[in-house]
Write a protein that binds this ligand. Structure first.
Ligand SMILES: [Zn+2]
Length: 619
């Protein structure tokens, strides 16, 4: 540049040295200066070359000039503006990439481009943005991928918000809105397949006698009744098929109530297909058919029963007709804990004189193992009409879980109360018991009575811990030398009950094993209430075990009815363990944790009550 800011240039085509001479002579006006050595001319070759290449390779496409009317990205306030800008840039990158790919011969022999731009990750002001270019978002693969994301979110309780946050941090996660769109599609699909209906029932007076705290206990019932239509095709299609044409479908209904929070109760009816055998023991194979907030009460359950009555009757008499018009015969069963079954059967509470779910035994005869009580019907302790009459009397099967839970409660109570009466309980014995529990890896504590006439209490235990105690807890050491045999007798009682319980839960059983079980269970009851023989203070006196009145309804069922259930089921190719409510207990627990534990699914603020959400979630 000269003094007047005019650009002057000289060039030589012969050599760099000649150009240098020209430069000195004509521009710098130093004709006598000489250049020696190497002269370097800095030129932005790479930039020129780039421009050159773009122009030559795509003569038809012009480079988008920088648009000065555009606001800079940092000034954009709304997310939609930002998204628009990003997607515009993405589109340009995509078209230009095509050119680059073409130029670099990412082609087949017939000149077709075989490479494609899939994703670009931009970091804009620290925020990671991923641009996806693949157009096959609607392929089956992608849908399956989305479904698996939705499923894992549901199972691990990841809410919409959490997912959105996660997707922000991990750029190659699929965007939340894409997932949400698929979730809505699924919801619409399942709602047509398995409609969830809402209805309200308002029950007034209960004749339970113990319902003073909450008169109008049922706020609403949600239920879906087309589960069978969904489950059966799955079972026939599975490999190997659970159901083969010609099979009879055995459906077990169950019911259970559970406290959710301090005041609320939540009652659930579930069904499962017993043909699935061992699989029914998993909570995932229990399908909720009805759920309501409120107590287990005859009135509310009769409303529920009425809703199902027609359908159950249809299934029972006409079988189930699938989409291929194949008719599957159906047999219905029911199992649940004592309280629930007594309610549904319309029988008096377990404490009443005619207490039994299956016979007319009087409570004073519970201890008597010389009597035989056939599985039939309690006709003497009835206070309401039986509900779910579509289910045959013989198909109300006892639940082994609650039988074990309640009988072990009695065994623990009998022992602990006996020990508590002794002088050294508060000091020595208590410590010994806790140490023994610790050996079995069970957390256990005693709570002294709060009032003068109060009772000692202790940690309430779950099923698996109870089994451990029945199997391994050492009782002998809790009794001093003179009473050592008593400790041994009690220990034997516990072990024997545990052994018999395991037989109840066998995956298969022979007729001989059932006969032996019956004899042993009856002997166990006799041992349990063995009376004292001989006179008090007599050296030969043989101390009795427990009282006849300590024999509970579950113990009566254990010795009298369980063997008959075993035979009945065996002849149908079934076993008692599949009627356990353990899986329902687990399911109920899961649902309570999921929906009442503060987690909000679907972004919360649902118009529907929480039970509706539960059923939606299940589907
Ligand atoms: Zn009975």
């Amino acid at each position: 540049m000269d003094e007047n800011s005019q650009i002057k240039s000289r060039y030589s085509l012969s050599s760099a040295g000649a150009a240098g001479s020209l430069f000195l002579k004509e521009i710098c006006n130093k004709p006598n200066s000489r250049v020696s050595g190497t002269t370097l001319f800095g030129l932005d070759i790479s930039f020129l070359q780039q421009i050159c290449e773009i122009i030559t390779s795509q003569p038809q496409q012009s480079i988008t000039p920088v648009n000065n009317h555009k606001r800079c990205f940092a000034e954009l306030t709304s997310q939609s503006q930002k998204n628009k800008r990003i997607s515009m840039a993405g589109k340009e990158i995509a078209t230009q990439t095509l050119t680059i790919l073409k130029k670099n011969k990412f082609t087949s022999s017939s000149e077709e481009i075989i490479a494609s731009l899939e994703t670009i990750v931009l970091k804009i002001n620290g925020e990671i943005v991923e641009l996806n270019f693949n157009s096959d978002n609607n392929t089956a693969d992608f849908t399956r991928h989305l479904d698996s994301i939705i499923r894992s979110c549901d199972e691990t309780l990841i809410s919409r918000d959490s997912y959105r946050r996660l997707a922000k941090a991990v750029p190659n996660l699929i965007r939340e809105h894409v997932v949400e769109r698929r979730r809505n599609e699924i919801t619409i699909e399942t709602n047509t397949l398995v409609p969830i209906k809402l209805f309200n029932i308002h029950s007034v007076n209960f004749d339970d006698g113990n319902d003073d705290e909450n008169q109008q206990d049922v706020s609403g019932i949600e239920f879906n009744d087309d589960d069978v239509d969904i489950i059966i095709p799955i079972l026939t299609a599975s490999m190997p098929p659970v159901l083969k044409v010609g099979d009879k479908i055995s459906i077990r209904l169950s019911g259970d109530g559970r406290n959710v929070g301090r005041k609320q109760k939540h009652v659930m009816l579930t069904m499962c297909v017993l043909n699935e055998e061992e699989a029914v023991l998993s909570p995932a194979h229990q399908y909720s058919i009805c759920l309501y907030l409120g107590k287990e009460s005859y009135d509310s359950l009769s409303t529920v029963s009425a809703k199902f009555s027609h359908e159950l009757e249809q299934l029972k008499t006409n079988g189930y007709k699938d989409s291929n018009n194949t008719i599957w015969p159906v047999e219905l069963f029911f199992s649940g804990d004592w309280k629930f079954v007594a309610l549904v059967l319309g029988i008096n509470a377990a404490t009443s004189n005619y207490f039994c779910l299956y016979c007319n035994c009087h409570k004073d005869e519970r201890y008597n193992m010389d009597k035989v009580w056939l599985n039939s019907k309690n006709t003497r302790g009835r206070k309401n009409t039986m509900l779910f009459q579509e289910i045959d009397q013989n198909n109300w099967i006892i639940d082994e879980l609650h039988l074990m839970l309640r009988i072990s409660d009695v065994l623990f109570q009998c022992l602990f109360y006996e020990l508590i009466k002794k002088k050294d309980f508060a000091n020595d014995t208590q410590t010994l018991i806790i140490a023994e529990m610790k050996r079995l890896h069970i957390h256990f504590e005693f709570y002294p009575p709060a009032t003068k006439n109060g009772k000692w209490e202790w940690t309430s235990l779950m099923g698996p811990d109870k089994e451990k105690i029945l199997k391994d807890f050492q009782i002998k050491q809790l009794f001093d030398g003179r009473q050592a045999t008593r400790g041994q007798d009690i220990e034997h009682l516990w072990r024997e009950f545990y052994r018999l319980y395991k037989i109840m839960r066998q995956k298969s059983i022979t007729d001989e094993e059932i006969d032996q079980f019956e004899a042993d269970a009856k002997q166990w009851i006799r041992d349990f209430c063995r009376p004292t023989i001989g006179n008090l203070n007599d050296a030969n006196q043989q101390e009795g075990m427990y009282l006849r009145t300590d024999i509970t309804p579950y113990m009566h069922v254990f010795a009298q009815h369980v063997p008959q259930f075993m035979r009945y089921l065996k002849q149908k190719g079934m076993v008692l363990r599949h009627f356990s409510t353990s899986s329902i207990e687990k399911k109920n627990h899961q649902q309570v944790r999921l929906f009442f534990g503060g987690t909000t699914m679907g972004g919360g603020k649902s118009k529907n009550p929480v039970i509706h959400d539960i059923l939606c979630y299940e589907n």
